[in-house]
Design a protein around this ligand. Structure first.
Ligand SMILES: [Zn+2]
Length: 405
């Protein structure tokens, strides 16, 4: 068993599920169990300036071992696992030399190649899977393990010349708060990479632009027996509003570069109703058009029932990192060159979502996302491809070295 796999198996057994309802950072105290272990391990490696902040982030730096003027490069992974599925008592199982067939996780629970056709391409690989009762937590403990192992190996091999390297482990990525207290100054990198992707060959420098819209409808409630020409039914207004939005822009009808308007919540009665939407598009201009569609539907419903009875609140959430990264192509190119060096065929992934890197990129830390070898995240069918995790360690080392050449 390779050291990075040992690390990975150690980390996934620590329950770090984040909690969207707690209102604290970190959202769950148990996230600190892993944070403290990482601090201890980094200190044991001889890293000098390891710090665990009050909000549960871990920062550390490797000093440069070259005289060349090289920018500080950062590597970031998140320590928490998704609230979607339990991460308590993870019992990882190693499958050596996977036969490419259906995998029985436990009696009655089978990970079928028919459902997950990518599995057939992994024939011959060593995989780590769950026992079917928990998620695995490769998202993102594979990223954590890869960075930790790379630090250890860079320290063991001072002949690998590199500039200053910043390490960051964050809590609460899975509840959208991974970068809430991220301290760019403390981190001190010119640019960084999140290791929070799937297939090791994939890199992501393009994400959605995102906004949310909440639409409130104010009705006029009156006994239905005497309602004629008086009642205004807020719930009906909401239904009419939603029917004015193009059906083909729903997520279930879009893919690739197609954006969507997604109804994520609704509540209502005669007196009051509310619709909650998220708006997404890779193109910032098209996101603005989506906002106009929402406003146009609101004014149409408002014309019928009274403009003061429909209220729209639109808020921007995050932006496509591409707009920043295209100005600095060398950041993505460094990763692409490193992927090639370790024997991967780099494939650009168009993320239909956001990453911690989006937030960081717009806070001033350009930050594409790299793969770690995990798959089927957030549920019991999650798995890890061991050889890809090992390549993720190489990737961190090679990026560090190439930047100093
Ligand atoms: Zn993740």
């Amino acid at each position: 068993m390779t050291p990075v796999l040992e690390r990975f198996l150690q980390y996934v057994k620590i329950d770090t599920q984040s909690d969207p309802d707690s209102g604290t950072t970190p959202s769950a105290a148990k996230e600190l169990d892993l944070a403290r272990l990482l601090v201890r391990q980094l200190q044991e490696m001889g890293v000098k300036d390891v710090e665990l902040t009050e909000h549960g982030s871990v920062y550390a730096h490797l000093p440069a071992n070259t005289d060349k003027d090289v920018p500080t490069i950062g590597f970031i992974a998140h320590m928490d696992t998704a609230p979607d599925f339990t991460g308590t008592h993870v019992q990882p199982r190693l499958i050596s030399g996977y036969d490419g067939k259906d995998i029985t996780l436990r009696p009655g629970m089978v990970m079928r190649t028919a459902d997950f056709p990518q599995l057939t391409g992994l024939k011959g690989e060593d995989l780590v899977v769950t026992d079917g009762t928990t998620l695995l937590g490769a998202d993102d403990k594979a990223g954590v393990a890869a960075i930790m192992q790379a630090v250890q190996e860079l320290l063991n091999h001072p002949e690998i010349r590199h500039g200053r390297i910043a390490i960051g482990f964050t809590p609460d990525e899975e509840i959208g708060e991974g970068t809430k207290y991220f301290d760019l100054e403390k981190f001190g990198a010119a640019f960084a990479y999140t290791l929070d992707g799937g297939d090791i060959s994939h890199y992501a420098d393009e994400t959605f632009n995102a906004a949310s819209a909440i639409v409130d409808f104010q009705g006029f409630s009156i006994h239905p027996g005497s309602a004629k020409d008086k009642m205004i039914n807020a719930a009906s207004m909401a239904v009419e509003f939603h029917s004015l939005l193009p059906q083909w822009m729903r997520p279930e009808h879009t893919e690739g570069y197609e954006g969507f308007i997604h109804l994520i919540g609704m509540s209502g009665n005669v007196e009051h109703a509310q619709l909650q939407y998220i708006l997404r598009d890779h193109d910032a201009g098209k996101l603005e058009e989506q906002k106009k569609l929402i406003l146009a539907a609101a004014s149409t419903v408002g014309e019928v029932y009274g403009t003061d009875r429909v209220k729209v609140r639109i808020e921007d959430s995050y932006q496509n990192m591409q707009a920043v990264l295209k100005e600095k192509p060398e950041i993505v190119q460094l990763a692409v060159d490193a992927l090639q060096e370790i024997g991967c065929t780099p494939q650009k992934e168009i993320v239909r979502g956001g990453t911690d890197g989006c937030m960081l990129t717009y806070k001033g830390l350009p930050c594409p996302n790299l793969g770690t070898g995990g798959g089927n995240a957030h549920g019991p069918y999650e798995y890890l491809v061991v050889s890809q995790l090992e390549k993720a360690v190489e990737l961190v080392k090679v990026i560090s070295r190439r930047a100093a050449e």
